[in-house]
Design a binder for this molecule. Structure first.
Ligand code: UDP
Length: 315
């Protein structure tokens, strides 16, 4: 009796989340094709997989016509610059990968009769007027603001995904990802967590934007990957929030990192970037009821694991 091995394509597979997904699907016994143009991804994130049977890396920009020889059962579309600094520096690529890249990846899913899972984002809720954010909330996004390039590309990507589902009957999934952290985050991606950890480890001032009263809710990467894996194996077509509802102000978060690292760094205040959401916290009722998923890793434990990683790479 022959066992058919399933095969997944991960776009953005050398990125923070993409590389953890490659790991997870390899562990589940799938063949994995990892595609990345390496503009924000890094081959170091997948170096342990290169040469393993069933793993392939293709350096490619998914905004161009995509051809993958052989069968595909699942496409995970995770390619995109994903931190505010990245999409400020690469606004056009961010718009292209969310729009043209999603179109190409959906076309490939249709061709291969593969399931398609879109990495969407809490940014579709913009600076939210409803708190916490349920999937039914339509959001408060400034289309022409600096964050608009990411937010609107992801909103377009969701619309395109649903159109392919409704019109072409592609089997689709949409995950709305909230702030996630863990090993393989880029030290210089400008996000609060890697920035604060690097500053604390180097004894530099910790740069809190605004008064630090804005909130975020941070999810450890292992929890997020478990949620995405479950969604990929479920029958749920409508968007599902995956994130950790434990909410903290950015000022308290900075203090927590100073305490955890035992650093002598001082907090300094800088201007709040434009359109920075005031609050963010997922309503995870749907993930809990549909996927039987809740986050398992407390922030303290997740931060300690992440700190070990950053200690190994901070110059
Ligand atoms: N932030 C900060 N100092 C930094 C980087 C970020 O105070 O050095 C703030 C930022 O203004 C935002 C929050 O931390 O309110 C989270 O920012 P991040 O870039 O991590 O992700 P976002 O959730 O805004 O996409």
């Amino acid at each position: 009796m022959s066992i058919t091995i399933k095969r997944v394509l991960v776009t953005g597979g050398a990125g923070f989340l993409g590389s953890h997904l490659c790991d997870r699907f390899m562990k589940e016994g799938w063949d994995v094709v990892c595609m990345d143009n390496l503009i924000t991804g890094n081959e170091n994130n997948i170096s342990h997989l290169i040469g393993q049977p069933g793993f392939e890396f293709v350096k490619y920009d998914v905004t161009n016509y995509v051809h993958v020889p052989g069968k595909l059962d699942l496409i995970l579309h995770f390619a995109s610059p994903a931190s505010p600094i990245d999409y400020l520096e690469m606004p056009i690529q961010t718009l292209k990968v969310g729009s043209l890249g999603t179109h190409k990846a959906l076309g490939l899913a249709k061709e291969k009769k593969a399931r398609f899972l879109l990495a969407s984002t809490s940014e579709v809720y913009g600076d939210p007027l409803i708190h916490p954010q349920p999937e039914s909330y339509w959001g408060n996004v400034n289309p022409i603001g600096y964050r608009g390039v990411y937010d609107e590309a992801k909103r377009f990507a969701e619309a395109m995904t649903m159109a392919y589902h409704r019109y072409h009957k592609v089997d689709t999934r949409i995950v709305r990802i909230f702030n996630t952290y863990g090993p393989r985050m880029r030290l210089d991606d400008g996000r609060a967590l890697p920035t604060f950890m690097a500053q604390a480890l180097r004894g530099e001032d910790i740069t809190v934007f605004g008064k630090g009263e804005q909130t975020r809710s941070f999810c450890y990467v292992d929890d997020l990957i478990e949620g995405i894996y479950r969604l990929s194996q479920s029958e749920e077509v409508d968007p599902v929030n995956i994130g950790n509802p434990e909410e903290i102000t950015i000022l308290d978060f900075a203090k927590e990192i100073i305490e955890l690292t035992g650093s002598r760094s001082k907090i300094i205040y800088k201007d709040l970037p434009k359109d920075d959401p005031q609050v963010r916290r997922p309503d995870i009722s749907r993930a809990t009821s549909i996927l039987k998923w809740t986050p398992q890793v407390p922030r303290r434990e997740g931060l300690e694991k992440t700190l070990q990683y950053f200690k190994s790479i901070v110059p």
